[in-house]
Structures are given as C-alpha cells and as structure tokens.
Write a protein that binds this ligand. Structure first.
Ligand code: GCB
Length: 601
C-alpha cells in the first residue's frame, strides 16, 4: 500500500511525497526520526548480545522473535559486541551474508509521562525488531538511523529485545549487488532507548538563510502541537532568542537576526549552543552557521570563493578490521585528513556514523555526504527509487544542522540513460526540497571523448546539479600517467567541478621504477602528473583523490599485493604513509598558503 509521509519544512505544494511503506505485515514502520540523540536522556543497549546465525531462515519459519524454540536457545548462544559488524568478531562469520538473530535482555523502569524510542544508529541491511515477543518495527537501509516507538511494549523490570539483521545483497537494493567495499553486516552503530516527554521536539532545522550572513531561520517540529503552545529558541552566547507559534502542520517557524554572528569556517569552526524549549521539552545542540552557494564556476563559503582540498574515505578504522565507529575512530581518520592539509572530505559512498560529522564540525572540515546509489542500480524500479529516497531523507533528517556538511550527493558513477536521469532528477528534487540551504552534487565518470586525450564532461545530469564531481583514473584504468600531461578538460556547463576521485594502487613498502605498477613510485607518479594537470583546469574548485586509506574489498584479490584490499589508499590499513601521501600534502599546503595570502586584508 502506498503510504504518504509528510516532509516538514516544505512549501505546502510539496508537503507530501509518496513513499511505499516499509511493510504492511510486520510491526510498525519506524517512527519519524528523532534528531540529536546524544543530547537526549538515553539508556545504552550497546554491549554483548547473544546471536544465532541463520543461513536457512529457520528463525523466520519458526518465529524466533516471539517464542523460544527447543533446538535454539539465545541464552546459551555466543555473543557479539554491539556496535560492530559480525564479520570481524568471529572468524567463521567473515564472509557470511544472510540473517543473524541478535538478542539481549535489559532492565527498564518506565516513567509516567515519558516515551521511549528504540533507536538504532544503523543496521546493515534489513532489520526486524521484536520487543518482549511482539513485533515492533522493521527498517531497510544499512547506513541511516531509525527509531521505533517502544513505550507501550516496555515492561517494568526485565525486557527482551530481538533483532534479525540480514545483509543479503539484491539487485534492486541501495546499494546494489557489487559495491567495491566490504559488506559489513550487523548492528554496526549504537543501539539505545531515547527517553522523551509525551510531547517532544522531534526535528528542527536551524541554519543561516541562503545568502544571508546574519539571519538565522528555520523550523521546529513537535508532534501533537496545541495551537497555543510556544517554542522558544535561544542562543545564550549572543544573548539572542525568539518565540514561535505552531502553524497548522505543527511546525514552528522562526527567524533570528544575529548581526554579531561569528561564522563557522575551516579556519575557525565556531559553534554556538542553541537551546530549544517547549512547555514540555528542551534540547540543545552546538551549531555552526555558514553560508554555501555557487556563482558561475565558483563555490562560495561565507560569500568568498573557496577551493576544496579534499580526500575520500570509507568508514573503516586504522589498525583493526571492521566498520569504524564512534568519536575515537572519527578523530583518527579526520586527523589524518587534517594532517594532509585538507579542508574537505568526501565521505564515500554512504552516510557515515554521526560522530564523523560531529567531529568534522569541530575540526572545521567541510563534508560531502552521499547515499549509496552506486554502480549497478536498477533505475527502472519504482521500489528502488523509494529505497534511495528513504535513505536520502534519513541522511538529511539526521545531519541537517551540521555546518560541516555543504554537499549532499545523490549518486556515484551511474551510466547515462533516460531512466537514470529521471531517477536522479527525482532524488535531486527531494534533496533540494528537504534542504534548500546546501548544494547538491553527484560523482560522474561519464565523458565524451571525441578525440584522444580530450575529455568533455557533458553528462546531462550535470544540468541538474549545483556542483559536479568527476571520477577519473588516467594512469591507472586508462592509459599511463604521462597521458595526463596532454589531456584537455572541458565542459559545456558553467558550474564548479570537483575531481571527486583519482589515483592508483600501491602496496605499502613495494618499491621500484615509476613505471612499475603497484609500487609506491607508480602511485606517486600518478599524483605528480595528476596535480600538474589539475592546476590547468579553469573550472576546477576542489579535489578529493581516492582514497585516504587502503580498504577491504572482495573485488581485490591479487595475491601478495591486494590480498582483499583496494590499495589506492595514501596510507596502508596499518597506518603507514605511502610516498603519494607527501605529494598531495605538499600540494595542499601550497594551496592553503595561497588561500591565506588572498584572505589577508
Ligand atoms: C571508482 C569507485 C570506487 C572504487 C574505485 C576503484 O570509480 O567510485 O568506489 O573503489 O573506483 O578503486 O576502482
């Protein structure tokens, strides 16, 4: 059954979009996402969970969620740590793709006038949740959070939670069948109960108006508003505040003029504590204020042209296997990016853990955040578009108040076709409608090469974008590094371009001639030629090479060289820097010095 969900903050003509309900047959669909959970009262459900591996879907046939079956016993089953993928906690699960049943018990004492939402930071890829033997909710999409209304199913005292997570890949999923990264399954991010009052602040958008450097505006959504209820928004450091009344949709719109506002920037990532309160609820968050827009081929941050000195990264930690998670991993990964001289990161190819964005806010790193509409997507399927739309909506709902994010990306490397164009157009429109304050991008590898060494970036999807990303592997998948010296780049579009991927593989510690593939010298040579070529592209406004660190990919099996890793990292999986790291670092330090020179009064 199609279900209509309302998207807050939209003009009335766009108030509704049609989405398919997650399922009509199991529990509820997740409740609307509650933002900023780390500043709420929470009960952590992280820790050890019992698990049962279920390759034949016995648990579904025998209703594991709602009754104990004699041959299966969660209480005597081994455990997995949550948050974490299952693949690298148990050697026998490394290559497992299918269903794993998770179970844990916990004590809880419900309080009158308090609601409890069961919150999952992410479960890859499908999750079905039972609380105290009753189906609660299900969710699809491995990199975005969801929460389920648990209040009425929670018991005073012992409670039992069961989650079936399935990470089987399907051609009509997002991502599709063959992503070039490891399919880490499981409850990969935090699980918690979030306690909120009966009437609570669910979501809000607090940003500078597009183009204004001092007018803060936005909306707050609190379910079940009474028409007389007021919301107060305060920024204590600026001694500013205002009140707002609900409109008929339960949205509280407000504007605050802040003439003395210090803008957030990579050089000075200033955050202000913003407090929101209703008669029944209050929440605060550290928010930075900056503008981002384009003018011709320029990207303007706070009204001034900026060049994005970036690096791509997957959500994998250094020094251990599995999914990265939490602030420590984020600080290590983004710390390396800072050391490279970056002011920008492309978080590939899916929304990363929220702590990554919070750390980027504090470190002053601009962020490109992306949904996994990756090669091989079924663009003809309405259902697949619904899945992508849901992931886009959840990504924006979680992160819309983070100053670091300047670009929402709707896809990576999709082949040109009428169906592809329509599919991406729909996503771009949704992203713009949900968040008119940020720029929309995508990474394309579609070019027309009319003559040898003449690259024309003319993918028609560029017409729909604010900024376009180009992935290009001259010297690795195409020709040799010296081809970069004679390649010309052009585009019919008057828009800023970011080279969102380039590079080549090198095994750390393998040395040889610059012409010898897989050596650090070969990779270094690609970077040298590439940087010389980039300097000549007049509409280039950013670079983010592929990639910060070697990452696991089942596609990469060359023995003795790849051994299961994509080796395009500038740093090995154990933290050793390759020669190309220093080449990029030198380029970025030079660009940073030039930029600070032009900023001088
Ligand atoms: C690409 C993809 C990226 C791959 C990379 C590679 O174009 O966007 O996901 O990992 O190339 O190494 O081939």
């Amino acid at each position: 059954m199609p279900r209509h969900i309302r998207l807050a903050g939209l003009p009335s003509s766009l108030l509704w979009i049609t989405m398919l309900a997650v399922s009509g047959s199991f529990g509820q669909s997740p409740a609307p996402l509650v933002q900023n959970v780390i500043n709420r009262t929470t009960v952590s459900l992280d820790g050890d969970w019992h698990y049962i591996v279920d390759p034949h879907e016995e648990g579904t046939a025998r209703s594991f969620g709602s009754r104990n079956f004699v041959e299966y016993d969660f209480n005597t089953s081994p455990s997995l740590h949550v948050p974490g993928d299952w693949n690298f906690q148990r050697p026998e699960l490394q290559w497992y793709e299918g269903t794993v049943w998770y179970q844990r018990s916990f004590d809880y004492h419900p309080r009158t006038d308090t609601r409890a939402l069961l919150y999952f930071g992410a479960a890859n890829y499908r999750a079905r949740v039972w609380l105290n033997e009753k189906p609660l909710c299900e969710h699809e999409g491995g990199f975005t959070p969801f929460n389920c209304e648990a209040t009425s199913l929670l018991q005073d005292g012992a409670n039992v939670l069961i989650v079936a997570v399935n990470d089987t890949r399907h051609s009509d999923d997002i991502p599709s069948l063959r992503p070039d990264w490891f399919n880490y399954g499981g409850l990969t991010r935090d699980v918690m109960l979030v306690e909120v009052p009966r009437e609570f602040i669910e979501q809000y958008s607090i940003q500078l108006d597009r183009g204004s450097s001092h007018r803060i505006s936005g909306w707050i959504r609190a379910p079940n508003p009474s028409t007389s209820q007021k919301v107060t928004i305060r920024i204590p450091e600026l001694k500013l505040g205002t009140e707002a009344m609900a409109d008929k949709y339960g949205l509280y719109w407000f504007t605050i003029d802040a003439p003395k506002l210090e803008l957030w920037s990579p050089e000075k990532p200033k955050l202000y504590r913003v407090e929101i309160s209703t008669p029944t609820d209050r929440i605060s968050e550290e928010i930075g204020f900056r503008t981002i827009e384009t003018r011709g081929t320029d990207i303007l941050l706070n009204g001034r042209p900026i060049f994005l000195r970036g690096i791509d990264l997957h959500e994998e930690p250094f020094y251990r296997s599995g999914r990265a998670h939490g602030e420590d991993d984020a600080r290590t990964l983004l710390g390396w990016a800072k050391e490279l001289g970056c002011n920008f990161v492309r978080l590939a190819h899916y929304p990363h853990d929220e702590s990554m964005i919070r750390v980027a806010d504090r470190l002053g790193l601009l962020v490109w955040s992306e949904i996994p509409v990756y090669q091989g997507v079924d663009f003809k399927s309405r259902q697949t578009l619904d899945k992508a739309t849901r992931q886009l909506t959840e990504m924006i709902a979680r992160d819309r108040n983070h100053a670091a994010i300047i670009l929402w990306s709707v896809s990576n490397e999709t082949p040109k076709s009428a169906e592809r164009n329509a599919f991406l157009h729909q996503l771009i429109t949704t992203a713009r409608t949900l968040d008119p304050t940020r720029l929309i991008t995508t990474a394309t590898n579609q070019t027309t090469t009319a003559e040898a060494h003449k690259k024309v970036f003319d993918d028609p999807i560029i017409a729909d974008l604010d900024v376009f990303g180009v992935n290009e592997y001259i010297g690795w998948y195409e020709g040799v590094p010296a081809d970069l010296d004679i390649t010309t780049w052009s585009t019919p579009y008057e828009k800023p371009m970011i080279v969102s991927e380039f590079g080549g593989d090198a095994k750390y510690g393998l040395h040889g001639a610059a012409s010898q593939r897989w050596t650090e010298e070969y990779q270094e040579d690609i970077y040298r030629h590439q940087i010389a070529a980039l300097r000549k592209i007049p509409f280039l406004r950013g670079t983010s090479p592929w990639i910060l660190k070697d990452f696991r990919s089942p596609h990469r099996q060359l023995p003795g060289i790849q051994d299961g890793y994509n080796r395009k990292g500038l740093i090995s999986e154990s933290g050793e820097r390759k020669r190309a790291f220093y080449v990029l670092q030198q380029f970025y330090h030079e660009l940073a010095a030039q930029a600070s020179e032009t900023r001088k009064p």
